[in-house]
Design a protein around this ligand. Structure first.
Ligand SMILES: Cc1cc2nc3c(=O)[nH]c(=O)nc-3n(C[C@H](O)[C@H](O)[C@H](O)COP(=O)(O)O)c2cc1C
Length: 162
């Protein structure tokens, strides 16, 4: 059975929820999925999976520092033959975006940066793209109902590529 680690960072719980829904999809496709906070994942443990999915909330157009640290941790282990994929959450509403970046400014999805970093740090690993980017209704969420199945479908799609 394919083993997948779904590692997330979160401040308000939404990215964790996305991780759990992705895991539901993976399990529905017959994979084994473990959902864990990035801060708690041990390097040796990560080595035991066939694929590692990484999720981060968008903080100022980027993934969090915890994501960066997690990638650094992964670099210290032997990830030969593993597949990677990324997902993020971000504020989708224009008026909420205005609060975070008054006067407009670049509102980038963190996902693109995560994928760039993963490509650069692990050039020999398979990066499954496109990743998943989920809008939340406000700073603290929630995930829009319409996106709940999208998360599960992403899990199914990933499983099909492993
Ligand atoms: C410090 C901070 C900066 C943020 N910056 C952005 C941003 O630049 N763009 C955006 O779309 N959302 C931004 N957000 C909103 C987060 O993306 C949103 O709170 C997150 O998706 C919720 O996920 P979580 O519940 O897993 O923490 C920011 C949130 C915080 C706390």
């Amino acid at each position: 059975m394919v083993k997948v680690l779904v590692a997330y960072d979160t401040k308000y719980g939404n990215t964790q929820r996305v991780a759990e829904l992705i895991a539901d999809g993976l399990k529905a496709a017959g994979a084994e999925a473990v959902v864990e906070n990035m801060k708690k994942v041990k390097v040796d443990e990560a080595a035991g999976f066939d694929a590692i999915l990484m999720g981060s909330p968008n903080h100022m157009g980027r993934p969090t520092r915890t994501f960066k640290k997690f990638v650094g941790k992964l670099q210290k282990t032997n990830l030969k033959d593993k597949a990677l994929a990324a997902f993020d959450t971000y504020v989708g509403k224009k008026d909420e975006q205005e609060i975070i970046h008054p006067g407009g400014g670049e509102f980038q999805k963190a996902l693109r940066r995560m994928e760039e970093q993963l490509k650069a740090k692990f050039p020999n690993l398979k990066l499954i793209t496109p990743g998943l980017s989920i809008a939340v209704g406000g700073m603290k969420g929630p995930i829009l109902d319409a996106d709940l199945p999208t998360c599960k479908e992403f899990g199914l799609k990933i499983a099909a590529q492993l």
